[in-house]
Design a binder for this molecule. Structure first.
Ligand code: HEM
Length: 321
């Protein structure tokens, strides 16, 4: 399971120890600005950002993901238990996703008009963050079906029997883009890369859902006949609370720093444990599975590129500068 090697190769990048949560595969709360129906609490005091050195993290991630100099042996232990590992992946993978959605929302907000075709730099960010979301769908959903059914799904069911992705407050910022509508510039030839990434995202979401819940029915769909629950301010709190997300006046520089810290932890986890440490449940060949396999192969470069874009925005936090 471990990639520990006895001696570092010459020129190898020395990647620091695990520094996220209170122990390897531990969790941290995420602080985000209000979004969708999620409001900031009255009198909320922003959480002090955890240490973040953007450039160092990018260098380490390039080494960890094989897109830069090799990484020296890692001092990160395998997870204490698979429950711990996959719980970390479910919560942290979602937190990374929320931060990516926020940064995508920022790119869209910065367009001079909603129908303006984004310039090349904005387009590159949208494509890269969408692919980052694809990577997180795979990462969050990398557990075996049994573990999803015995640990993760029951926890969401206990939070609310109709728990649903439609409640994700930050998704409001990107729903038009992710559903392939109604952004007027999306059919433009210059948006081909973004359109392809959105298509990959739909294929991966469907593939992960089919693998983990073969009958394909979400908790919301199962509960809808007995207690239909539409997204509201209350469901936003239930959702945020499950994924340890706080709302307050958080600047995007701090969102980017929190994203980088999580990407580093994800990079360490993947380098030590691989994407499917307990194997991948078999699934029949389906349309789009080529897109999924391709994303699995490109996971490392996608994470390193997303980190590089986020690092342009992140400000080093005081204790790390
Ligand atoms: C891996 C992490 C996952 C993420 C980040 C995620 C995210 C989302 C989001 C954002 C939506 C809302 C789409 C919209 O409003 O247009 C959604 C809807 C949905 N998701 Fe997922 N999803 C994940 C895993 C799953 C799994 C494992 C299933 C298996 C059942 C699933 C089934 C569904 C279904 C059926 C919907 C439609 C709405 C509903 O019935 O709740 N998703 N998901």
């Amino acid at each position: 399971m471990s990639t520990l090697a006895p001696h570092p190769a010459p020129g190898a990048v020395r990647v620091g120890d695990w520094d996220f949560g209170d122990f390897p595969y531990g969790l941290e709360p995420l602080a985000l600005p209000p979004a969708g129906q999620a409001r900031a609490g009255a009198g909320h005091r922003p959480v002090a950002p955890a240490p973040c050195e953007p450039r160092r993290i990018c260098r380490e991630l390039r080494a960890l993901t094989g897109t830069g100099a090799a990484a020296a042996p890692l001092g990160v232990p395998p997870a204490h238990s698979y429950d711990q590992l996959f719980w970390f992946r479910w919560i942290t993978g979602h937190q990374v996703t929320f931060a990516l959605w926020r940064l995508m929302g920022r790119v869209l907000e910065e367009l001079p008009r909603p129908d303006a075709v984004p310039g090349p730099a904005a387009m590159a960010r949208l494509e890269c963050y969408t692919l980052g979301y694809c990577a997180m769908l795979l990462y969050s959903g990398s557990c075996p079906r049994d573990l999803y059914q015995s640990l993760i799904r029951p926890a969401m069911f206990l939070q609310h029997r109709g728990f649903s992705g439609t409640w994700a407050p930050d998704f409001a910022q990107v729903r038009g883009l992710m559903r392939g509508r109604p952004l007027p510039w999306l059919p433009d030839g210059r948006a081909a890369g973004v359109r392809a990434a959105v298509e990959v995202q739909q294929a991966i979401h469907d593939s992960v859902a089919a693998r983990l819940v073969p009958n394909g029915r979400s908790l919301l769909q199962q509960s809808v006949t007995e207690s239909p629950v539409r997204p509201s301010e209350r469901t936003a709190v239930l959702y945020d609370n499950f994924f340890m997300t706080l709302r307050g006046p958080v600047p995007d520089a701090d969102v980017a720093a929190q994203l980088l810290r999580r990407l580093r932890a994800v990079g360490l986890d993947l380098a030590v444990n691989g994407l499917y440490p307990l194997g991948r449940d078999d699934e029949p060949e389906e349309e789009g599975s080529g897109l999924v396999a391709d994303c699995e192969r490109r996971l490392g470069p996608v994470l390193a590129t997303a980190a590089a874009h986020a690092a342009d925005l992140a400000r080093p936090t005081a204790s790390a500068a």
